[in-house]
Design a protein around this ligand. Structure first.
Ligand code: MG
Length: 396
């Protein structure tokens, strides 16, 4: 089976208490919406997903660039949730047949358990019409006499009451027709299932975990982080990422090299736009590579006058900032310098300490090796110097 996804994310999240909409709040190194999308982007049955953003949304493009998913598109939402969902469905029209399944999932629900998604897909596709994840009302429920509090209370029988969650899952044609009918009648359903109920349908309740929270208050982020951490292996928290980098510079006139931020005396210097530190350039490439962020030239162009003669340690510091934003930290780095001359051995410990300090790591998490090329090639003829770096990053 395949299915489509619409994720309404056009809400301003004013209840969340800060300026940024709640779907863009940081949660364990990602945005909330990235967590909300994760189970779907990891599922090959999800053929295409439309995220419905607000007009003037400035945060989504950064998230989309990070996700780099070709199954992901966007639509611009309306004032109400149901209008945003309608526009998301319209954006899928060319890809969908009326009998195709479409799932609607809240951008502010980052804790959907992939097992619950599996149960919904299985139960609803077997039953044939439509359905939703829902959780039993666990607390004793009270009816307020005037709708507010304090007010006279009365206990409600909760035995038949469930809380509607998402995802909700319907046939594409049926959902479009139900939302169009509600729109034409000027009615605003509070969830998609309600629009189908108004058409006389009875969507299937599929029991889902109460941990599938909808974030409404800042404190919910702490709870969501705890839920995701407890599910670490499935959610990708703690995933390791490896990266490698290589850099080469030719020798020219001068009297020293910079290697790992350490000044190494030599009968030549490197020809470079910046300080030409091959160790730190290879390290930056390895860090960027592990994070899926391209290479050093894309971020610090060697045609940019800002980097003329630059201390390459600032490149590493800037790259570490990008990693931090993505919740990635460095576990270790293994560095190799390739040069016939100068001799690296006397400087190895200083380079190791300097790089470890730059990365904020204990000394034994950085290793520096050196090799000649046995007189072979441009390195062997002492025409330049090269370095290779391998790093490991951890998410979370
Ligand atoms: Mg370089």
């Amino acid at each position: 089976m395949k299915y489509l996804l619409v994720m309404p994310a056009a809400g301003s999240g004013q209840r969340f208490g800060d300026a940024q909409p709640k779907q863009y709040a940081r949660l364990l190194g990602r945005t909330v919406i990235e967590w909300a999308l994760a189970p779907f982007l990891a599922d090959p049955r999800c053929a295409h997903a439309i995220v419905v953003i607000a007009a003037g949304d400035t945060a989504w493009s950064g998230v989309a660039a990070r996700l780099a998913a070709d199954r992901l598109g966007t639509a611009i939402g309306g004032a109400e949730r149901s209008e945003s969902v309608r526009r998301g469905l319209a954006a899928l029209e060319s890809r969908a047949r009326p009998e195709d399944w479409v799932l609607i999932h809240d951008a502010a629900r980052p804790c959907l358990d992939p097992h619950d998604l599996e149960r919904l897909l299985a139960a609803v596709s077997a039953q044939g019409s439509g359905g939703l994840l829902a959780a039993r009302a666990a607390d004793t429920l009270k009816l307020s006499a005037d709708g507010g509090a304090p007010a006279a209370a009365q206990t409600v029988d909760r035995s038949q009451l469930w809380r509607a969650l998402t995802p909700q899952m319907f046939r594409f044609g049926a959902l479009c027709a139900a939302l169009d009918a509600a729109h034409a009648a000027g009615r605003l359903p509070t969830d998609e299932a309600q629009a189908l109920e108004w058409r006389g349908e009875r969507p299937l309740l599929v029991e889902g975990a109460a941990t599938n929270l909808k974030l409404t208050a800042g404190e919910d982020l702490t709870l969501a982080a705890a839920i995701l951490k407890a599910r670490a292996p499935a959610s990708g928290e703690g995933t390791m990422r490896i990266g490698s980098g290589i850099d080469v510079h030719a020798f020219g006139p001068g009297d020293h090299l910079m290697l790992g931020g350490v000044r190494v005396p030599h009968t030549a210097a490197v020809v470079a736009h910046s300080d030409g530190d091959v160790v730190l350039h290879a390290l930056c490439d390895a860090l960027l590579g592990a994070a899926g962020l391209g290479d050093i030239g894309q971020h610090f162009a060697d045609s940019d006058p800002r980097w003329k003669g630059a201390d390459s340690r600032q490149f590493v510091t800037a790259v570490l900032g990008m990693l931090r934003e993505r919740g990635l930290r460095v576990v270790n780095a293994d560095l190799t310098v390739l040069a016939q001359a100068p001799r690296i051995a006397p400087h190895r410990e200083a380079i190791r300490r300097a790089v470890a300090a730059l990365l904020g790591l204990p000394g034994d998490c950085v290793n520096v090796k050196a090799t000649t090329t046995e007189g072979l090639g441009f390195l062997g003829r002492a025409e330049g110097v090269a370095a290779q770096a391998v790093v490991l990053l951890r998410e979370g």
